[in-house]
Design a protein around this ligand. Sequence first.
Ligand code: BEZ
Length: 386
Amino acid sequence: MSLMRTMILATAALGLVPAGALAQAKLKVGLMLPYTGTYAALGNAIENGFRLYVAEQGGKLGGREIEFIKVDDESDPSKATDNVNKLVKRDNVDVIVGSVHSGVAMAMAKVAKDSGTLLIVPNAGADTVTGAMCAPNIFRSSFSNWQPGYAMGEVLAKKGVKTAVTITWKYAAGDEMVRGFKEAFEKGGGKVTKELNLPFPNVEFQALLTEIAAAKPDAVFSFFAGGGAVKFVKDYAAAGLKKSIPLYGTGFLTDGTLEAQGEAAEGVQTTLHYADGLNTPRDNAFRLAYAKSYKLQPDVYAVQGYDAAQILGSGLAAVKGDVAKKAEFIAAARKARIDSPRGAFSLSAAHNPVQDIYLRQVSAKENKVIGVASKALTDPARGCKM
Ligand code: BEZ
């Protein structure tokens, strides 16, 4: 409970403030996101989406106005524990929302688990956050790394692709998306012949592209995002590989990046829980509202921020804004049906979205939906005991 709220409760108990004053205390939301570095655009889109949902509710969730306290986590896991502790211990936030990078999110999950603070993860896919580290007070509005990777493995195996080389940054997100891909691809009869990596956030791809050319696989599967994805897709095309070895990936490879990637991204197929051209009334309304507010087109990160606010709102509505009623908050958020622009979804027992994974293809600078790769895909939540 925040210090301010404790003081109001104490004075209310003494009969010194009118009961209505309690409802007016602002809910403190700690936004721990990257605002600099290769994932900066992702952090900004998440914040925009979150704020849009709050604005649509008249600026309040569960009757409480929101006060935002922001931390730039720089996508740096080595600073993550200090950063999240500032929000929890110094700023006494009621809920933490973050982050983008899986390594940062794992440090946040540890602090949330130890302190009992509510955490809503609006991007980072670290499998362990809703796996071995799962906890009643930890929710995710995005995906597990396994989900879009697994879906692409199924797609390529069904296409009859026999061999694939994988390429990604060497940290939890890349490792786990590749693992999910390999699990489904090899189950379906394919073979991953080489796994290539480079440290996050390096973008010196040339030597690895030369290795791909020499290996001559049927396909390449990749995970990069943000600024790194822009450079990778352009370098892949510039190396002349695009025509000979088709490039695939999880949708982060081309989401929010198409203006900068231009022609190099045309035709690339990816799997993700959001796409352009869904053309549902819900998504159309969201896209219009987002474009009006920010003079920008939304991407998957904006959707995940918007849905993080929806999860928070569903819990707060059940407790009329009183986050101290944690068990009731958790029960309501857990069973909420989230009316997402991606399509409505529910949360699994481990608090990860159970959702359709779309197959998309880049066409005229859009990630056009061309099918559903995997219907209502549930993360296996390996190691979660709750
Ligand atoms: C991650 O680190 O989990 C991640 C970062 C960017 C896009 C997708 C996943």
